[in-house]
Ligand binder design. Structure first.
Ligand SMILES: [Zn+2]
Ligand SMILES: [Zn+2]
Ligand SMILES: [Zn+2]
Ligand SMILES: [Zn+2]
Ligand SMILES: [Zn+2]
Ligand SMILES: [Zn+2]
Ligand SMILES: [Zn+2]
Length: 437
């Protein structure tokens, strides 16, 4: 193409050039149907006649067409590309306006061009010794020449000599189909042998994670091994009764021998505490609070009749502050429990421990009752857990039990509220309270 560029620039308005598109046109590209530009070959008999040169791409014209304005020659694709890019384009040479009908195929020139002798595009240092006319090269040689570079048909992007295509497709191409060597799943090589598959392949061999264990298992069978692996680090099998030792599974037997006494003591203690720490649940009591509105208006305290936490248990009463107590005054119902002297006090365990469950009943259906637990534990003041000299313990309970605004007719019917009380007493030394003796 060197021959005519300078000659060509003298005549052509540079604005019409798209030279860059053609300079790198490969031989392969020149042969494919949707490429454009002329033949960029090395000619056996030196530079061809300037009559063959396309005035757009400056190469020997491919499918030469003559324009009817000034009879100059262009590749068909060069002309059509220019016309496609700009409507009402002018002739690159004479600048006459041009349209699709102002050029025609020059068959005689094409025959002459196809008879020009060239070297194979992979001639000499690329290895091929072929030389012949353009027509033969296009029709036959380029499709059989072993030295042509071919793009991978699987689309991996690699280019290789025609002679290497087979080996590439079967052994090298990252997109070739293979089976996983472990699970036999089929897929493209890059996916099957990549970490994405190997990190989930169910038959991929993995080493047991426990130190000192040499076992290798297929991924899906590893969890089963780890459950029995003698090197696994586990909690002593007596952890449920309180042994905190962490040992290798294989050392469990030795540990059991050494710690037999300790394990036994722990087990005995455990059984004891299970027996001693029993909960005694009462029979429920239900109380009716009447005249709610006037009790609320007068800040009146309502107290239930005394009841026992269970037969033979603690005697208690429930106190309800209709208009609230302390910080809940005027906004909530407050409820409190207190211990009163009972028949069985001498046999009971003191201080009182447990929970008093107070429920404000929904009077229309068995749902959405309002419940609160009054808990007696180490945080409860002593004077609330023991009977006092004034014959009744201090009250212990919940000031913000139910907001007045929640007291819809479900809970407050005919000016009455119903309270259900259950007591769960805990005893560590008097199991008979739970009927355990
Ligand atoms: Zn012209
Ligand atoms: Zn051209
Ligand atoms: Zn060749
Ligand atoms: Zn490939
Ligand atoms: Zn696999
Ligand atoms: Zn193991
Ligand atoms: Zn142990």
């Amino acid at each position: 193409m060197s021959i005519c560029l300078s000659f060509f620039l003298k005549f052509v308005n540079i604005n019409y050039l798209i030279i860059n598109n053609f300079n790198n046109s490969s031989n392969m590209a020149a042969l494919t149907e949707d490429s454009y530009g002329g033949y960029d070959y090395t000619f056996v008999n030196g530079d061809p006649s300037s009559n063959y040169i396309c005035h757009i791409c400056t190469l020997v014209s491919c499918d030469p067409h003559q324009v009817s304005c000034c009879y100059n020659i262009f590749c068909k694709t060069c002309l059509e590309t220019q016309i496609k890019q700009g409507i009402n384009i002018n002739c690159p040479m004479c600048r006459e306006p041009m349209g699709t009908n102002s050029y025609f195929k020059d068959g005689r020139l094409e025959r002459e061009i196809k008879s020009l002798k060239i070297y194979c595009t992979r001639y000499d240092k690329e290895g091929c010794q072929w030389e012949g006319i353009i027509g033969d090269f296009i029709r036959e040689h380029v499709h059989t020449c072993s030295y042509q570079l071919i793009e991978c048909t699987r689309g991996c992007g690699a280019k290789m000599l025609r002679t290497d295509v087979e080996a590439h497709l079967s052994e090298v191409c990252p997109k070739r189909m293979v089976s996983c060597e472990y699970c036999r799943r089929k897929g493209p090589h890059n996916l099957i042998t990549g970490t994405a598959h190997l990190n989930e392949c169910s038959l991929y061999p993995l080493k047991c994670r426990y130190e000192g264990c040499d076992v290798t298992k297929q991924r899906m069978f590893l969890p089963a091994h780890e459950k029995v692996c003698s090197k696994a680090v586990i909690s002593c099998e007596y952890s449920s009764v309180g042994c905190v030792k962490v040992i290798k599974r294989e050392d469990q037997e030795k540990h059991n021998e050494e710690f037999m006494k300790d394990h036994l003591q722990m087990a005995v203690k455990r059984v004891d505490s299970l027996q001693m720490r029993c909960s005694i649940i009462s029979i429920s009591e239900v109380f009716r609070l009447t005249d709610f509105v006037s009790k609320r208006c007068c800040n009146e305290i309502w107290r239930s009749p005394p009841f026992y936490s269970s037969p033979g248990g603690y005697k208690m009463i429930l106190s309800v502050y209709a208009n609230g107590r302390d910080s809940a005054k005027g906004t909530h119902i407050s409820c409190y429990a207190s211990l009163v002297p009972g028949e069985y006090d001498d046999t009971l365990e003191w201080p009182f421990q447990g929970k008093v469950k107070v429920t404000l009943l929904n009077q229309t259906e068995n749902a959405n009752h309002k419940t609160v637990f009054i808990t007696y534990n180490s945080f409860t003041p002593e004077e609330c857990k023991f009977l006092t000299e004034a014959k009744m313990s201090e009250e212990w309970g919940v000031s913000h039990f139910v907001p007045h605004c929640d007291l819809c007719p479900l809970y407050d019917r005919r000016n009455c509220l119903y309270f259900k009380v259950d007591v769960i007493a805990i005893s560590e030394t008097k199991p008979w309270l739970a009927g355990l003796d």
